[in-house]
Design a protein around this ligand. Structure first.
Ligand SMILES: NC(=O)c1ccc[n+]([C@@H]2O[C@H](COP(=O)([O-])OP(=O)(O)OC[C@H]3O[C@@H](n4cnc5c(N)ncnc54)[C@H](O)[C@@H]3O)[C@@H](O)[C@H]2O)c1
Length: 257
């Protein structure tokens, strides 16, 4: 049976681990051709080799998504190899912890670069290619529930994830005004069992996850379902609805007399 993405070309950033790798596996299972991008070259190479051994058509490119020139080159090599781009998943992310006034400028710079500029770079390098090649497809930017919840201790992360939501809204408007058929989604995961917040940490098995935590595979399935339904906001946790309601309740309090 062919799926809706059979033969498509999907570019996934942060593809060597976590949600990005789970997205790649989900696309591969449905017959898509994949560009895997990540700056963890050894891990990227080994995951891509594993997928190719199972018959997948995969191009792996080690790249720092914060480097605009390198992302331009990534787009060029993707088009040279596959001739088209149907899906762009801007998924890389990083975090820094501490009270707002103590996060040092090097961490601010890193978090802004990886969480926000990587998405800008992906859009600037790939959207013109997608527009030129039929003007359809899907751009999927990964934000976080940190863009909706009351969360301290990681302000650079929270600020950049708000920015990814805003950037995605503006991108969708720009594409619509340009008459483009490219869809935009912004993904807002709750806690997903990856090594994101604790690099090197062991990831518990899928059947032994703490309450409120979902597996990367389940998160990828929610993202794919949200994309298929052409939803702009894509959530991975059912209880995120309460966080969103609380956010807008707080916003509306600004009108209290
Ligand atoms: N895991 C969670 O609980 C959670 C919750 C909400 C949002 N998110 C978001 O989901 C996305 C994916 O997170 P994850 O949990 O899969 O993380 P992860 O750490 O498991 O994977 C991220 C991947 O991105 C790569 N990467 C990081 N910076 C890069 C850069 N500059 N250039 C190239 N590759 C880079 C890493 O090498 C890694 O392979 C992130 O944007 C994160 O903010 C995660």
């Amino acid at each position: 049976m062919t799926s809706d993405v059979d033969g498509w070309v999907a570019v996934v950033t942060g593809a060597a681990a976590g949600i990005g790798l789970a997205l790649v596996e989900s696309y591969v299972a449905d017959g898509a051709r994949i560009v895997m991008a990540d700056f963890d070259a050894p891990r990227l190479r080994s995951e891509a080799a594993r997928l190719r051994a199972s018959g997948a058509e995969v191009l792996d490119i080690a790249v720092d998504l914060g480097d605009a020139a390198a992302v331009d080159e990534l787009a060029q090599r993707s088009v040279d190899r596959f001739g088209r781009i149907d899906v762009l998943c801007n998924n890389v992310g990083t975090i820094a912890f501490g009270p707002t006034w103590e996060i040092d400028l090097a961490d601010w710079d890193r978090v802004l670069r990886v969480n926000l500029l990587s998405v800008v770079n992906g859009i600037r390098s790939f959207v013109p290619v997608m527009r030129a090649g039929g003007d359809d497809g899907h751009v999927v930017n990964t934000a976080s529930m940190a863009a909706f919840m009351q969360l301290g201790g990681a302000s650079s992360y929270v600020a950049t994830k708000h920015a990814v939501v805003g950037l995605s809204i503006a991108l969708a408007e720009d594409l619509e005004q340009a008459g483009s058929g490219i869809h935009v989604s912004v993904v807002c995961p709750g806690i997903v069992a990856t090594a994101f917040a604790q690099p090197g940490a062991e990831i518990p098995p899928e059947d032994d996850l703490p309450a409120g935590v979902v597996s990367a595979r389940a998160a990828a399935a929610s993202i794919r379902a949200g994309m298929a339904a052409r939803r702009f906001y894509v959530f991975t946790h059912e209880d995120s609805v309460d966080i969103v309601k609380d956010r807008y309740r707080r916003v509306l309090q600004g009108f209290d007399s």
